[in-house]
Design a protein around this ligand. Structure first.
Ligand SMILES: Nc1ncnc2c1ncn2[C@@H]1O[C@H](COP(=O)(O)OP(=O)(O)O)[C@@H](O)[C@H]1O
Ligand SMILES: [Mg+2]
Length: 224
């Protein structure tokens, strides 16, 4: 059995590639022979198609779990969880997240949990994503975008993860289609050097429906 049996994914921001990295990482873990549960405890900005992150992660995991189990809180306002909940006169129910998590965790070898936004995004009025990762007792993986601005966002996020005494699995850079400039590439070289071994993988720009190339992330870096 792997040393680590779960990961909580956070990002330097929303829209940086957490779900894209999650899908590829879950497939990698399954290729290692592990069964994987997935969870998006709170998804906001949910429209009529349902919670798209949770659906994408569930598809990657190939599990038949009910979507309300994978994603126990779904809110329509595309805002932080406490803000989106308040808009609907609802609350984020932390005990519900804990019991749902325990159910999913007990079912399989590994559990992949995606937070919303970044590490200090509020979950309730008095708790953050960092508190949620602590409550779930999970180490944190940081996903960062590969374009300009990422050095500051990445180092700030890592500093906060360290300050909160969370175990950090490492950083994964996700190359969404936009960043190709010479300045971006030079910036990235600096970030790679600064991170050293904390940089555990880079997900190249994936075309729709394509798998990540071999070697983008070593399974041992996830499993410990
Ligand atoms: N490596 C990548 N290849 C292709 N598209 C990407 C990649 N990383 C991110 N994107 C795109 O960027 C957008 C945001 O990514 P997503 O994974 O949804 O971010 P997050 O989960 O952090 O909000 C999506 O449209 C996604 O397809
Ligand atoms: Mg996402």
């Amino acid at each position: 059995m792997p040393k680590r049996t779960g990961i909580f994914v956070t990002g330097t921001d929303t829209g940086v590639g957490k779900t894209e990295v999650g899908r590829a990482a879950v497939r990698l873990l399954r290729d290692e022979g592990l069964s994987v549960s997935v969870m998006k405890p709170i998804e906001t900005g949910v429209g009529p198609e349902g919670p798209l992150d949770a659906l994408a992660l569930r598809e990657a995991a190939g599990v038949p779990d009910a979507i309300d189990l994978v994603c126990p809180h779904q809110f329509s306002l595309p805002a932080a969880p406490n803000v989106a909940a308040e808009e609907e006169g609802r609350n984020v129910d932390l005990p519900l997240i804990m019991t749902t998590y325990e159910t999913l965790r007990a079912q399989r070898d590994f559990i992949w949990v995606e937070g919303a936004g970044g590490i200090l995004v509020p979950v309730t009025d008095d708790s953050s994503m960092a508190d949620l990762a602590k409550a779930l007792a999970l180490p944190v993986l940081l996903v960062a975008r590969a374009s300009l601005g990422t050095i500051n966002h990445t180092l700030l996020s890592l500093a906060e993860i360290d300050r909160q005494n969370l175990e950090c699995v490492g950083v994964v850079l996700s190359h969404s289609a936009q960043q190709t400039s010479e300045a971006d590439l030079k910036n990235l070289r600096t970030l790679r050097k600064t991170l050293g071994p904390r940089l555990i993988g880079e997900l190249p720009t994936l075309e729709e429906g394509c798998d990540a190339p071999d070697g983008w992330l070593r399974p041992e870096a996830l499993l410990g």
